[in-house]
Ligand binder design. Structure first.
Ligand code: 475
Length: 811
């Protein structure tokens, strides 16, 4: 496509779809027309992909995820279509500023954090590897909230990403699927003596599919993401309408459409809200129906399901799919229970993303039974059969039965979704080597004893397209020049950079790239948030959801202890290496402690940033509303990556991988994928600190008392006392009382126990940074040795260990 055809397509699009011309177009008109013009160039490939995959009856990977944290679309679509330069030149030829237009896009933030971003990386890699795959999820009207700070405290604004429409989606209301809820179940016995259940639901909604293109990189393949939007059904409306109650009819519409209104902003701690269960069943029921219709609903066709599709359950959020498939097979298609169960178990697999007990989803039997009465019955029968089998294999162990049952009796009768997922799946995987071990040995130990072969690991990965090629063009060019361009599709090729770590000239160029990225980020921060940072400082970065186990408090105590020592005249601040500590973090709106910590970070920032004694050598920068768009600018600029969760709590982490791939050095604990990062990049190129997971266990079972650490470590005491003194709250000693007393009397995540070790590692880091050339060598080695963390590799592991779905390349 030439610049001229791009321009004329663009103008035509502006006129014919938006009804405006160049002179009258708004920024949104221009952005939409630009997006449409780019999209047009992918549609043929997309249609061809669908045709090829259908013709071959290829096995399809159906990824079921309640979240997709996609990030901006335009940049990725341009990369996939190879049109970036053309589009830029075309806009310039029309006198338009391409970057300004691109910045009109509001990223689809249909996820909370790691789990949702992982799903987005995975659909990218599936498409790139030519795997027939579809991502199923929910088209939330409002994605993750927009965070602002009011007097340093988090306030949440609704995300309105659809306000001006999205040019990337293709709605298909005619292909809607009806999803039913509530009502009751009647039972009868068939002529052959089988139980026949008839579910009479009491209400229903329509699921409208919206398709999104998921283009592979360096391939013609374009897969789909299908997100469902809720709409009131006509019959549902009509029923009420005919009764003459117009108002009730309109209310019913609102009620139905509520289902896909908003993403629940809880990351890792599900709240057990009825609407959330409605969301889960809504998208799962629509997706199963959609998939089964593609395979066929005859008995013969249904029996081929395991060869035609594999469903990956992204955490327990879509696990209601297991009883739903049973219901479809048994109640709607008259498959015998045992055969239906064999089919079901062979098409599902479950990925667990957590180790925190409070993150394991449970649904009260009362609630699930009211919303989905037939599913509740099916779950009970699955559980009865499972327990019978268990009693046969492990007689006289009723405690084991209670522990493993899908139904928990105390403190509330509820369905344990992780147990249902494990029982109903072929494979269960954790998301990093350590996490998978802990899953097997702790969280799901009874199940791994019963079925050792069921458990496996697939270490997470990130897409090198978005997080290196697009986000870090400077580094990408440098790599291209050194080893060619093959790395974007085969990230293990980065290994070829290793010898260049010894090349002084290469290191200098690498340093120049990093510096330019810091300058670029400083400019973004100035424009976006009015925050000033100097590119000459160490960029010390901690970005992730705010959670106590991730220990933003530990990072903050480091900063406060440095400040405290300066105040006490312990050392001369001019000997401090200039450092900007960058935070980015949203707290779940109901997570009060997390919000207190945000307020404290901002309060400390306000005080130290304006204290002349520090001479600008130590600053905190906490831009609000950290999201994928900001990450793409921030990560390439980082010098230091903070991965400091308590060992045994972070399942994997994926930010850690993005930083290493962009040449930041990690300071971290032996947690999640940090363990693998350190093994690969080498212990000399990683700043390790903190207790190991077994040490954490030991300390906690011996009776951990955080106050002892406070008493015995003067630097720690100084930092905590300074916070408690009101130094960051205009003398108000009570302002951060909750945080302080929690640290002193509870400290569930052993912040105080790891403080000393962390401070030591930070001083090692600071000395290392002083030798810029040696630092660059270590940074180059981090890049060269992190190719393993491509999500392409994760997907190959899923294919080999779990999915067994062959690639279907287009001719
Ligand atoms: C882990 N989200 C990371 C990442 O595997 C890991 C839970 C409930 C409701 C809504 N969202 C969630 C998570 O549990 C989550 O994001 N988990 C994260 O998954 C990908 O790298 O360690 O904490």
């Amino acid at each position: 496509m030439t610049v001229e055809t791009f321009s004329s397509d663009f103008i035509a699009r502006l006129r014919h779809s938006r009804g405006v011309d160049l002179e009258t177009a708004s920024q949104n008109d221009l952005y939409s027309a630009l997006a449409w013009t780019v999209r047009k160039n992918l549609i043929d490939r997309w249609l061809e992909t669908k045709k090829t995959q259908a013709a071959q009856k290829a096995k399809v990977v159906a990824y079921l995820s309640a979240e997709y944290l996609l990030g901006a679309q335009l940049n990725n679509m341009l990369l996939a279509s190879g049109l970036e330069q053309t589009a830029r030149d075309a806009m310039a030829s029309l006198g338009l500023d391409f970057d300004k237009l691109a910045s009109v896009e509001v990223e689809p933030g249909l996820g909370n954090g790691g789990l949702g971003r992982l799903a987005a990386c995975f659909v990218d890699s599936l498409a790139t590897l030519d795997i027939p795959a579809i991502g199923y999820g929910i088209r939330y009207q409002h994605g993750i909230f927009r965070q602002t700070f009011v007097d340093g405290r988090q306030a949440e604004q609704p995300d309105n990403w659809l306000e001006l429409g999205s040019p990337w989606e293709l709605p298909h209301p005619e292909a809607s699927v009806t999803v039913r809820f509530g009502g009751s179940v009647a039972h009868a016995t068939s002529a052959t003596g089988e139980d026949v259940a008839t579910w009479t639901p009491s209400w229903e909604v329509e699921a409208v599919p919206y398709n999104y293109l998921v283009p592979g990189y360096g391939t013609a393949n374009v897969n789909s993401l299908r997100l469902w939007s809720a709409r009131a059904t006509q019959s549902f409306d009509l029923q009420i309408f005919n009764s003459g109650d117009y108002e009730a009819a309109v209310r019913a519409q609102t009620f139905a459409e509520n289902i896909s209104q908003v993403l629940y902003p809880e990351d890792s701690t599900p709240q057990g809200k009825e609407l959330r269960l409605q969301q889960q069943y809504f998208f799962v029921a629509a997706s199963l129906r959609d998939m089964i219709e593609q395979v066929g609903t005859s008995l013969d066709a249904l029996r081929t399901l395991p060869e035609r599709v594999v469903f990956q359950l992204n955490d327990t959020h879509p696990v209601i799919a297991i009883p739903e498939l049973m219901r479809l097979l048994v109640d709607e298609y008259s498959v015998a229970w045992d055969e239906a169960w064999d089919i079901t178990r062979s098409v599902f697999n479950y990925t667990c993303h957590t180790l925190l007990p409070e993150a394991l989803e449970v649904w009260p039997v009362e609630l699930l039974g009211r919303l989905l009465p037939r599913h509740m019955e099916i779950i009970f029968r699955i559980n009865d059969d499972f327990i019978a089998e268990l009693r046969e294999q492990r007689p006289h162990d009723e405690l084991l039965v209670r522990r493993m049952s899908i139904i928990q009796e105390q403190p509330l009768r509820a369905v344990r979704m992780a147990h249902l997922a494990t029982i109903g799946s072929t494979k269960v995987n954790g998301v990093a080597a350590l996490h998978s071990e802990l899953l097997k040995d702790k969280v799901l130990v009874d199940f791994s004893n019963l079925w050792p072969g069921k458990f496996t690991n697939v270490t997470n990965g990130v897409t090198p397209r978005r997080f290196v090629k697009l986000a870090n063009p400077g580094l990408s060019s440098l790599i291209d020049e050194a080893i060619g361009t093959g790395w974007v599709k085969d990230l293990s090729e980065l290994r070829q950079l290793e010898p260049l770590a010894e090349d002084a000239e290469f290191r200098a160029r690498f340093r120049d790239v990093k510096y330019a990225n810091k300058v670029r980020f400083a400019k973004v921060l100035q424009e976006r948030d009015g925050i000033e940072v100097s590119p000459d400082a160490i960029f010390d970065v901690m970005v992730k959801r705010l959670h106590e186990y991730k220990r933003q408090m530990l990072k903050l105590l480091h900063v406060v202890s440095l400040y405290d020592r300066v105040l006490k005249g312990d050392f001369d601040p001019t000997t401090l290496t200039k450092r900007v500590v960058l935070f980015g973090a949203k707290a779940a709106p109901g997570y009060l402690m997390a919000k207190e910590i945000i307020a404290l970070i901002n309060a400390v920032g306000k005080t130290i940033n304006s204290d002349p004694r520090l001479d600008g050598r130590l600053r905190i920068a906490f831009p609000a509303n950290y999201n994928v768009t900001l990450a793409e600018k921030l990560i390439p600029a980082a010098d230091v990556s903070e991965q400091i969760s308590l060992a045994g709590k972070e399942a994997s982490g994926t930010g850690n991988m993005k930083f290493a791939l962009n040449g930041a050095l990690t300071i971290g604990t032996l947690d999640g994928a940090n363990v693998e990062i350190r093994e690969l990049v080498g212990e000399d190129n990683f700043f390790l600190f903190g207790l190991t997971e077994p040490e954490v266990e030991q300390l906690q079972s011996a009776g951990y008392q955080s106050a002892k650490y406070y008493e015995s470590n003067p630097a720690l005491r100084g930092a905590i006392d300074l916070i408690a003194s009101g130094a960051f709250s205009n003398g108000d000693r009570s302002a951060f009382e909750r945080v302080v007393s929690d640290l002193l009397w509870h400290d569930r995540f052993l912040v105080l126990a790891d403080f000393e070790s962390y401070i030591e590692a930070q001083s090692t880091l600071e000395s290392a940074y002083a030798d810029q050339d040696a630092w660059s060598r270590a940074a180059v080695l981090n890049v060269a040795r992190s190719g393993f963390f491509s999500s392409d590799r994760s997907i190959r592991d899923y294919l080999d260990r779990i999915w067994h779905a062959p690639a279907v390349p287009l001719r």
